[in-house]
Design a protein around this ligand. Structure first.
Ligand code: SAM
Length: 319
């Protein structure tokens, strides 16, 4: 699949549920209303949709949410998609998780062929962790990380950078991550749903010797930190626009395809999926959607704007 700007679409991120066992303050309201079940695609439908994308050239699939590991029986979806790894059609199957359920699933994920996992964790301070996630337990997350490493999964820690909340901890987070052989990526808060105050990441860039040619298939720019020898990445959609190299589209758990995280335009794939058992209508809808992928996002660069640029929460599109 090639979009109108010549970009090859090889990466699909799939939100498998809008539900989560955490309520991170910058991501969800505490009293979130979740989707009625009938609107959410079944695991079989999700597998069929993902497989359609794999047939069209998607090489990397990331399951996210909500919290992917709280969806009932989600391992059956991983197993189904793992078959594309075995056939060689898919190069990577991975997930983004808060790690709360990783202790339970790490071994099975590794057995299916998952090699890397992104774990979202913004602080090493138990109380702060509870405040930020509202419902999360840092010890449980740590057990998840231990289990994943024991199972041989590589971990990347993603931390959202919040001014006055965790910006004084970046150094500690980095030493801890690198000490355990994990990359750390700091992410600017994107203006979606309710807003937290962004910590300015550009001021941390000089802390590292230079940008390196290290990519993990995403928009992060990486630096090697001399002292620890580990990688430190930055995802800075507000201060550095990386749309020209965008290779991805995002599917929600209701089968809506967003061609850009920072735009409202979307294509409904659930109707063509449910309309017939053959994939003709679905394939046509995918082709039409890719032809509409916009050139870039509309996140407002000017930080004085405090209204969200996109009304939906990250848990809808899948971060
Ligand atoms: N529950 C999983 C997890 O915790 O990683 C997957 C879904 S979560 C929405 C994915 C990522 O989006 C998390 O790293 C989270 O911190 C991030 N996120 C949520 N809202 C965000 C926002 N407004 N700006 C930047 N990142 C955000």
């Amino acid at each position: 699949m090639i979009d109108p700007f010549g970009r090859h679409i090889t990466y699909l991120r799939v939100s498998v549920t809008d539900r989560c066992d955490f309520r991170c303050v910058y991501c969800m309201a505490e009293d979130m209303t979740f989707l009625p079940k009938a609107e959410v695609l079944s695991l079989e439908e999700l597998e069929r949709l993902c497989s359609a994308f794999v047939r069209r050239g998607v090489k990397k699939l990331r399951l996210t949410g909500g919290e992917p590991l709280v969806r009932k029986n989600v391992m059956s979806l991983f197993r189904g998609l793992g078959r594309h790894l075995e056939s060689g059609a898919l190069e990577e199957l991975t997930l983004t998780t808060n790690a709360s359920q990783l202790a339970k699933y790490a071994k099975e994920l590794a057995a299916i062929g998952v090699k890397r996992v992104n774990v979202s964790m913004d602080t090493l301070d138990k109380e702060k962790f509870r405040e930020l996630t509202r419902w999360g337990d840092l010890d449980q997350v740590m057990r998840g990380i231990d289990a994943a490493q024991d199972a041989g999964l590589r971990i990347k820690i993603n931390a959202v950078a919040l001014r006055g909340v965790n910006d004084m901890e970046f150094d500690e987070l980095m030493r801890w991550s690198h000490g355990r052989g994990m990359d750390l990526v700091l992410i600017e808060v994107m203006p979606m749903g309710e807003l937290g105050e962004n910590a300015r990441l550009d001021q941390y860039l000089p802390l590292s010797p230079g940008e390196i040619d290290y990519r993990t298939g995403g928009p992060a720019r990486y630096f090697t930190v001399g002292e620890t020898g580990g990688h430190l990445g930055f995802i800075t959609p507000l201060t550095h626009n990386f749309c020209e190299s965008c290779n991805r589209v995002r599917l929600t758990c209701t089968g809506t395809l967003y061609m850009c995280l920072g735009q409202e335009d979307a294509a409904d794939l659930r109707a063509p999926l449910r309309a017939s058992e053959s994939n003709e209508l679905l394939d046509r809808a995918i082709t039409e959607a890719i032809a509409r992928k916009p050139k870039g996002h509309d996140f407002i660069i000017d930080r004085r704007h405090s209204a969200p640029a996109v009304r939906r929460h990250m848990s809808v599109t899948g971060g």
